[in-house]
Design a protein around this ligand. Sequence first.
Ligand code: XMP
Ligand code: MG
Length: 179
Amino acid sequence: MENDILKVLYSQEDIHDITKRLAKQIKHDYAGKNPLVICILKGAIMFMTDLVREVDDYLEIDFMDVSSYGNETESSGEVKILKDLDTSVANRDVLIVEDIVDTGRTLHYLTQIFKTRNANSVRICTLMDKPERRVAPVHADYVGTTVPNEFVVGYGLDFAERYRNLPYIGVLKPEVYAH
Ligand code: XMP
Ligand code: MG
């Protein structure tokens, strides 16, 4: 699997540093609020679990699965709920945790939905931001790092469902896409 990687963008250590920095801000901003931390499946699983472990305060977690990508690297423009929350967001301080904001369509849609469901507040925490690709107006409140317009894999992010288990974030060799 490692042979498929052209270059490493963020090592395990880089990711740990980013996560610690964001967790510190979140602990500070949500002091006394018991936020509902929503992990967007599947890409954000590693990031969310590492992030909340660094936040030494009360919070709750839930999961939501939405699709905007097939097995391709381009967005379909459509967002569909595949798995909804178990928890009501009404009057909750919602913190959406995402792996990457690309076109912004997914998070724009989710932010609207949580507001319609009467969340008290909705904020976004993303490990990576690809601002070059933005189509929908999305502002992430907590951004780990800004990435160039390259397709990245690892640490939860996939290409055709593979590479999620890489402990770092990298770019695939061009020949991998050709298969
Ligand atoms: P939008 O376009 O709605 O999409 O902001 C966000 C979702 O698209 C996926 N995505 C990626 N997945 N490498 C990936 O493995 C990438 O470089 C990439 N860019 C976008 C991702 O699932 C994210 O949640
Ligand atoms: Mg995703």
